[in-house]
Design a protein around this ligand. Structure first.
Ligand SMILES: *[C@@H]1O[C@H](CO)[C@@H](O)[C@H](O)[C@H]1NC(C)=O
Ligand SMILES: *[C@@H]1O[C@H](CO)[C@@H](O)[C@H](O)[C@H]1NC(C)=O
Ligand SMILES: *[C@@H]1O[C@H](CO)[C@@H](O)[C@H](O)[C@H]1NC(C)=O
Length: 274
């Protein structure tokens, strides 16, 4: 299958300086630019704190006949979509006003997921790998999608080397991750789609947790990192409590000034010593 893959999400981070020195704002989608059908999403235009007004546009139509549809003009720097539908997919950009209008942000490409049945994702290298291992993940789909992507929760979109195998009952796509490090630990999902509708993707595959062993044989996944920090915090609190208990015990034992009863005893001893 000579089907290539494309980068489905443009990079929204694009800083452009104008002659008056205004930087372009940054467009973001919350919780992310891949939105499940019927789910809400908020588009955010991030300008400086003293921006006076914002304009958020949706790009409609295709080049060279594309037009901008104005969605927001004024104070708010967000635009909320209550229920994601096919007609909300596509490119968005924005600018803000501070005396003059800023250059436009980079394009945000909003895509809709949940249009087709989910593929399944599995790791040929197991779920716990060692740093430096070459890891291969396989995404299988009964639908003959012509494009697949692999995403990692919380990470920006990136492309992976991949190869396709046509099987009797569907398509098998292999994603290659060479020499993994702990930064590649996380939750992965794959999606399938068609080139003719680059803004519509399948349901996500079930998530796949990849863990990368640390130097001492630790498995560090984001969840484990949180657990480890919590355990560390708990230990710290415990140490403080124990130290505190020891200290107050000592204090009453050696009769510091704050303990009237022991002060009396010390005084008796002093008297006896005379
Ligand atoms: C999409 O369709 C809905 C109605 O189904 C409409 O309210 C909304 O404005 C449309 N969005 C765009 C960008 O045209
Ligand atoms: C990983 O793959 C590269 C080629 O892509 C190869 O040179 C290297 O030896 C492989 N490493 C392991 C541990 O298999
Ligand atoms: C492809 O996208 C268009 C909108 O760009 C939509 O009207 C159409 O239904 C989509 N086709 C499929 C198969 O989902």
């Amino acid at each position: 299958m000579g089907a290539g893959f494309w980068s489905p999400l443009s990079n929204p981070l694009q800083l452009v300086m104008t002659m008056v020195g205004l930087t372009a704002p940054v467009m973001k989608a919350l919780p992310g630019p891949m939105v499940l059908y019927n789910e809400p999403v908020t588009i955010l235009c991030q300008g400086p704190p003293d921006a006076e007004a914002y304009k958020i546009y949706k790009v409609e139509g295709l080049e060279p006949r594309e037009e901008r549809k104005l969605l927001v003009a004024g104070k708010p720097n967000t635009f909320s979509i209550q229920e994601m539908k096919a007609n909300w997919t596509g490119l968005y950009h924005c600018s803000y006003e501070r005396g003059v209008w800023s250059p436009p942000s980079g394009n945000l490409d909003l895509v809709m997921t949940g249009s087709y049945d989910k593929p399944s994702l599995s790791s040929m290298s197991g779920r716990v790998v060692a740093p430096g291992d070459n890891v291969t993940l396989q995404c299988f789909s009964r639908m003959k999608f012509d494009s697949f992507i692999l995403t990692k929760d919380g990470a920006p979109q990136f492309t992976h080397r991949q190869s396709y195998t046509v099987q009797d009952n569907g398509l098998l796509i292999t994603f290659y991750m060479d020499s993994v490090t702990s930064t590649q630990a996380g939750t992965y999902r794959c999606y399938g789609g068609f080139n003719k509708n680059s803004s519509m993707w399948s349901h996500p595959s079930d998530p796949l947790q990849l863990m990368v062993r640390g130097p001492a044989g630790w498995s560090v996944s984001p969840q484990n990192q949180v657990r480890l920090s919590l355990a560390g915090l708990f230990l710290l609190v415990l140490v403080v409590l124990v130290a505190e208990a020891c200290y107050s015990h000592k204090r009453s034992f050696y009769g510091l000034r704050s303990d009237p009863y022991l002060s009396v005893m010390t005084n008796t001893e002093d008297t006896r010593g005379i």
